[in-house]
Design a protein around this ligand. Structure first.
Ligand SMILES: [Zn+2]
Ligand SMILES: [Zn+2]
Length: 442
């Protein structure tokens, strides 16, 4: 049953429209003001919203803008008593798909719905076309492993040149961690695997630095009406997640806008640090990185995976601050130790940890405050947290294959010296980590 949300402060007018839709078998949701309307829209995600313009709390333009940022597939029809050209233009600019005049008849509405939602006569696409992801053994696959900037070419053939993107297939879910340029290859592979079947996936964004979102406009499943894409992440320091993702696809940068993408694409800003994707429990932790940046830990039936692609240890930063601002070294060290302890807790006993290892220890001395880790700091973090396997991730664009080989060797030496057990690999584009095999080995 398709659903429609009527946002209208005039109760009589609202009831009239509700009746029209109920007669045609729609599920009808109602809101008496713009603020409530936005809340219901985000929670219930109806296929269609009918919205008045002049309302208390949130006017119709604000409602359109807010909903458009968060719900791309939902169609919005503004129904207004006013026939000013400027209102029509402003409503469409704010994100409305249609502007209709009151009093409204079912024929006029029907015409607009046919234009906006041509698939509806066959039932709402969202519920009908969704199919279970195919059964793939629980695994992590790396599609983009580089930080900062893609680096194709002869020097990165073995480890790969694409930026951050990791696919996790577990417990019936397709969970994608970040949408760097690596997501292009993943999208093509998913389309090939699923054919005409719908793909249902969740994309978790750590933060909106370009190396983590730039592949999204080239993600093939987003261009296919059959697919359901849920994008989750936290609000940024200066703008919401939806606004930033839409921003990189605005006309000066890209020919197709985010809201024109035909897939059922929903962007949700996370408020909690713990939530579920199907049966997978997700725990988030904010990283020490410029702006708002999170890392995620997935608790699955085949072990747990931590992904913290951009993170800097606190101690060197705080010691630098101590030298400048007259804080005592002991205070600085205490603060850093507490924060490090929280990170160790976050990673404790996880089977696979994919962590920022952008710099060698020598390079890091020149990059304190850039938001990334040194090799020895990340190895010691994984050792203290008793991680099963550490994947050195977010390779610096200046590191060629040989350099990464050397860093992996150095990291393994550090483990040897510690007397503990920790498997270490350099993240390599195309590499797969089978989670069951990992668990069996433990
Ligand atoms: Zn990054
Ligand atoms: Zn970053």
């Amino acid at each position: 049953m398709p659903s429609v949300l009527i946002i209208e402060d005039d109760a009589d007018s609202r009831r009239g429209i509700v009746k029209l839709f109920e007669k045609e078998g729609w599920k009808v949701l109602e809101a008496g003001d713009g603020d409530t309307g936005v809340d219901i829209a985000v929670q219930q995600r109806p296929e269609l919203i009918l919205c008045d313009l002049l309302m208390p709390k949130f006017n119709g333009f604000q409602v359109c803008r807010t909903i458009r940022q968060q719900l791309q597939p939902t169609k919005i029809i503004v129904v207004s008593g006013r026939d000013y050209a400027v209102d029509r233009t402003s409503a469409l600019e704010a994100g409305a798909d249609e502007y209709l005049l009151k009093p409204i008849t079912w024929e006029v509405l029907c015409d607009a719905i046919d234009r906006l939602l041509p698939e509806l006569p066959h039932g709402p696409t969202v519920t009908k076309s969704a199919s279970e992801p195919r059964s793939v053994p629980p695994r992590v696959k790396l599609w983009g492993v580089r930080g900062s900037l893609p680096l194709p070419g002869p020097t990165t053939l073995r480890y790969g040149g694409n930026t951050s993107c990791v696919e996790v297939r577990v417990d019936g879910e397709i969970i994608i961690l970040d949408a760097g340029t690596g997501i292009r290859g993943l999208g093509l592979a998913l389309e090939k695997e699923f054919g005409s079947q719908s793909i249902k996936l969740t994309l978790l964004i750590t933060h909106t630095h370009w190396d983590h979102i730039q592949g999204l406009p080239f993600f093939a499943p987003a261009y296919n009406r059959k697919n359901l894409i849920r994008i989750l992440g936290y609000e940024g320091a200066r703008a919401g997640l939806g606004a930033i993702l839409a921003g990189q696809m605005e006309t000066p940068f890209f020919p197709v806008s985010l809201r024109e993408l035909p897939s059922h694409l929903v962007i949700e800003e996370l408020k909690e640090m713990e939530f579920h994707i199907g049966k997978v429990k997700v725990q988030a932790k904010f990283a020490n990185h410029p702006g708002i940046c999170a890392g995620y830990r997935l608790f699955t039936s085949a072990g747990s995976i931590a992904y913290m692609p951009d993170n800097e240890p606190y101690e060197p930063l705080k010691m630098q601050l101590a030298a400048r601002n007259g804080i005592s070294g002991a205070e600085a060290r205490d603060f850093a130790a507490t924060e490090r302890g929280k990170m160790v807790d976050f990673l404790r006993d996880c089977d696979v940890a994919i962590l920022d290892a952008q710099y060698t220890d020598e390079e890091y001395q020149q990059h304190v405050g850039w938001g990334h880790s040194s090799l020895s700091s990340v190895v010691s973090l994984a050792l203290d947290a008793d991680v099963g396997k550490l994947v050195l991730f977010h390779h610096d664009p200046s590191h060629d294959d040989e350099m990464i080989d050397r860093m992996v060797e150095q990291a393994r030496l550090l483990v040897l010296k510690s007397g503990k057990t920790l498997m270490i690999d350099g993240a390599r584009e195309g590499a797969e980590i089978l989670l069951e095999a990992k668990l069996a080995a433990k």
